[in-house]
Design a protein around this ligand. Structure first.
Ligand SMILES: *Cc1c(COP(=O)(O)O)cnc(C)c1O
Length: 421
């Protein structure tokens, strides 16, 4: 495994002091990454949950190339362009009907920051003193200060704790413990100064691929609605088919007041995010008073190249059998998990849609810092598989275009790992 010599790059979520190899990737196609040293890797985590259809999808690549010949970037405050309008129309056609407004930004974290600002702005302009944000234990919503504030506190954000704002925490609704979650939510909502609840619907990703039921999700939404508390669905990971449906919220039959989308929005090709909001939230900011406008922008808001990629992604969803591919992959994932479970022993096997996860036995530290993770990662890399376990939780979340052979290689490697660790 070759590491480029004397690189000055400071990588994300990487402890350079450990001197672990940093492989260089030169090309990618479908579910395969090609390395500078001639080897290839099966990307079993969709390059950190972003790649949906597959790497270098020809329609998305062509859309970016075509757009690159027309318009690269432009100011979006008070100006517009075709690709952004096309994305907004496309989203309105397939996303929940009550989400009538589309606000662009450029990452999952910023889409969450925007959602929080919209919620606070809504209450502010309604003249109600509501600013408490409710969050679910073990959640992850991104790494900016606001997004960290609404996420799980721990080793990830300890140094920054003095800057993180206070939130109300409700317990994770593990099977059998749902009542505690709903009761805590009810208590907080009844306090009257609660502005919003933000949740990852059905699956807590970075928190350890933790699943909870659609029924609890529906009940949480109902409690919020009863108290007028805004319901923010962070579908940055779960959106675009990951859990088997376009949105995880669909499985609970609910529509949020605010929806965060990113990762698969461009098929995972280039950065782009949207925060969709209900008409009531938009209208709370609507006025002839300039002081009441929504004060949020980033330089690359609705970048035309990124919007062209997102428009192509939306066309793929409309015109290709994406849902069928997802159903097939979901069935394969469940069957591999089942097959492995009959031969080996591991804990907490679970799958939902295209996501499958299991926990390896381990006596090390619990959670993310379990030292099994880096050893497992190296083990999988030797078997040409890119997996990045969360502590002792191994999960597979591949691009929808992964072939049966590639998926078999991934699960064979996991089977070997179960035996070896
Ligand atoms: C990845 C993720 C984010 C952050 O998205 P970035 O694009 O990495 O900033 C936010 N929420 C959830 C649920 C995520 O999985």
């Amino acid at each position: 495994m070759s590491t480029p010599p004397a690189s000055s790059i400071w990588h994300p979520f990487t402890q350079h002091g450990l001197g672990e190899p940093i492989p260089e990737v030169t090309r990618a196609q479908g579910a395969v990454l090609h390395l500078a040293d001639g080897r290839s890797m099966i990307d079993a985590i969709s390059s950190w949950w972003v790649t949906t259809h597959g790497h270098c999808n020809p329609r998305i690549m062509a859309a970016i190339a075509e757009q690159a010949g027309k318009l690269d970037q432009m100011i979006f405050a008070g100006w517009t362009h075709g690709p952004a309008e096309e994305v907004a129309r496309g989203l309105r056609a397939i996303m929940p009907e009550s989400l009538t407004r589309v606000f662009f930004s450029d990452s999952g974290s910023t889409s969450v920051e925007v959602a929080l600002k919209m919620a606070l702005g809504y209450w502010h302009w309604q003249g109600e003193a509501r600013s408490r944000i409710l969050v679910m234990e073990h959640s992850y919503h991104g790494d900016t200060i606001g997004a960290m504030s609404v996420g799980e506190r721990g080793v990830f954000n300890q140094p920054y704790d003095p800057l993180l704002f206070d939130v109300g925490r409700i317990p994770f609704p593990a099977t059998g413990c749902e009542d505690a979650t709903l009761e805590a939510l009810e208590r907080y909502c009844a306090m009257g100064d609660t502005a919003a609840l933000i949740v990852e619907p059905l699956v807590l990703g970075a928190g350890g691929m933790l699943f909870y039921s659609a029924d609890v999700l529906a009940q949480m939404r109902a409690i919020c609605a009863r108290h007028g508390v805004l319901f923010i669905a962070d579908e940055v990971m779960t959106g675009w088919g990951r859990t088997g449906t376009l949105l995880a919220c669909e499985q609970a039959g609910i529509e949020p007041d605010i929806l965060c989308l990113s990762k698969g929005l461009t098929g995972g090709a280039v950065p782009l995010a949207v925060t969709m909001a209900s008409e009531a939230i938009y209208e709370a900011h609507l006025s002839t008073d300039r002081a009441r406008m929504f004060f949020h922008s980033s330089s690359y808001t609705a970048n035309p190249l990124a919007c062209a990629a997102a428009a192509a992604n939306l066309a793929i969803w409309r015109e290709e059998p994406v849902r069928e591919r997802i159903t097939q992959l979901s069935a394969s994932q469940a069957s591999w998990l089942d097959k492995l479970g009959q031969v080996y022993h591991f804990d907490n096997a679970r799958s939902l849609g295209t996501i499958a996860a299991l926990d390896l036995k381990s006596d090390g530290a619990t959670g993310y810092m379990n030292d099994l993770a880096p050893r497992l990662m190296a083990f999988f890399r030797e078997r040409s598989v890119l997996l990045r376990p969360l502590g002792n939780t191994v999960y597979v979340m591949p691009p929808y275009g992964i072939t049966d052979e590639e998926l078999a290689t991934v699960w064979d490697a996991i089977g070997e790992a179960v035996l070896s660790f």
